[in-house]
Design a protein around this ligand. Structure first.
Ligand SMILES: [Zn+2]
Length: 448
């Protein structure tokens, strides 16, 4: 893989990364004895708060931590520091995507995808996690995957693989199966008691979050929440209708996922009010259908993005191209016109009511590639009424707080983990420049 080779050269120039054996057999050997300071110098700094930027900034990093944040003029840069030149750039916290599916890579048809995926689950999920990281997503919550996602998460965490820092649910828990798709990522339950048992099994297996899906009523969600919370594990619920949202609120769910993206008409005021006053975070995942479809009609060339060709092994790239032929007829987009009409009004309802919002993309779903889903969603938040600074804060600081990692992730501040990204230009005047991330640092290691 060409990308791995480039990554290696860049990493070893800075000497940050110890030896890595990637799943595809590529070996990365770099010095692991680097203990000095890295300085990112000259960029405009957005720290994740909605406050004015620091111009011509200097950030010092030691190990995986940020040790100094200030201006170039008032920061003493150690003589032996590795300098990352931020001239003409903006540096901001790494993006936090609260809803991804590493088990999908954007193939056009789920039914055709699963037979391809089977037997190479971990390899495919690892590939997705790497795509996410290279798109600037330093942390991602995977909400629905085979339980082997835990192995991928652990390999990334201890440096054996390259990818976003993952929080994972493994299989979701639902009353109704999703289509006739495989059961290894969906636990269908017949009672609240069984929902609680399944939750305990997932907690014991080591998941970070629990996801509930279709048909779960208040008592089911309560049973899941009771078990999960005993182990300090949050519950994310996938919902569209007002009734199911009320069930999740009353059942004690911690994060409401997909609300307002399924083509529902405006939500009742009392529901929006309940979400707002209880400070229950929502993740709308707005762009995945309403943006993907019209954008692909307008620019079908996006399906041949060179990054896809670079990332996917040759035969897989050809298979993806085959799945994109006649994409207008894919069943996935059947409800898209209705979703387009209603998603923006839902977003405005949440924004106007000051609901706590996080950024999530459902990336991996058909034509919704990990390589670009995050900036599309952030851009959709701006189109729906957020300022660029607010949308960036939602996608960094608030995301970290929603997953309970606000003390060490999500902002560029002294003491925090050095997860940050750099882009050429000013995202406050043009949010879409987040499409082209120049540099990605995660845990003090420069990956791009
Ligand atoms: Zn999803």
């Amino acid at each position: 893989m060409n990308r791995s080779k480039h990554t290696f050269l860049f990493l070893s120039a800075f000497g940050f990364l110890s030896s890595i054996n990637l799943m595809d057999g590529t070996k990365i050997n770099a010095q692991d004895d680097f203990t000095g300071t890295t300085a990112i110098v000259g960029a405009m700094l957005l720290d994740g708060y909605e406050r004015p930027p620091i111009h011509h900034s200097a950030i010092l990093i030691q190990g995986d931590r940020i040790v100094s944040v200030g201006t170039q003029a008032n920061t003493e840069i150690p003589e032996d520091a590795n300098i990352i030149d931020g001239s003409g750039m903006t540096v901001l916290p790494g993006l936090i995507d609260l809803h991804v599916h590493t088990m999908f890579l954007g193939h056009g048809d789920y039914a055709e995808w699963f037979p391809i995926f089977e037997g190479k689950e971990e390899e495919m999920m690892e590939l997705a996690a790497k795509q996410l990281l290279m798109a600037g997503v330093t942390t991602a919550v995977d909400l629905g995957a085979p339980i082997e996602i835990i192995n991928v998460r652990d390999r990334i965490n201890d440096g054996r693989a390259i990818g976003s820092r993952l929080l994972v649910s493994g299989p979701w828990i639902a009353r109704r199966a999703w289509g006739s798709y495989p059961s290894y990522f969906q636990h269908v339950v017949n009672s609240s008691e069984e929902a609680g048992q399944r939750t305990q099994e997932l907690v014991d297996a080591g998941v970070d979050v629990i996801k509930t899906w279709a048909g779960m009523e208040e008592a089911d969600i309560r049973a899941v929440v009771d078990v999960a919370h005993q182990s300090g594990i949050p519950v994310h619920s996938h919902l569209y209708t007002p009734e199911s949202i009320w069930d999740a609120i009353r059942g004690g769910s911690d994060v409401l996922q997909h609300v307002g993206s399924g083509g529902n008409p405006d939500y009742p005021e009392d529901l929006i009010e309940a979400i707002a006053v209880r400070n229950i975070p929502i993740v709308q995942t707005m762009a995945h259908r309403i943006w993907v479809y019209p954008a692909t009609i307008a620019f079908p060339e996006r399906l041949q993005d060179p990054r896809l060709k670079e990332d996917l092994p040759g035969d897989l790239y050809a298979e993806f191209q085959r799945s994109f032929v006649d994409f207008e007829r894919l069943s996935y987009f059947r409800s898209t016109p209705r979703q387009i009409r209603n998603s923006k009004t839902a977003a405005r309802q949440f924004i106007d009511a000051n609901v706590v919002m996080g950024m999530g993309t459902d990336s991996g779903s058909p034509l919704n590639f990990h390589t670009e889903a995050a900036w599309r969603e952030i851009s959709a938040l701006v189109d729906s009424g957020m300022s660029p600074a607010q949308a960036i804060s939602v996608s960094t600081k608030l995301g970290a707080e929603i997953i309970g990692r606000g003390s060490d992730l999500g902002t560029i501040e002294v003491g925090k983990i050095a997860d940050l990204i750099m882009v050429a230009g000013d995202p406050l005047s043009n949010i879409q420049i987040l499409a082209n991330i120049e540099h990605v640092m995660k845990g003090g290691v420069l990956y791009k």
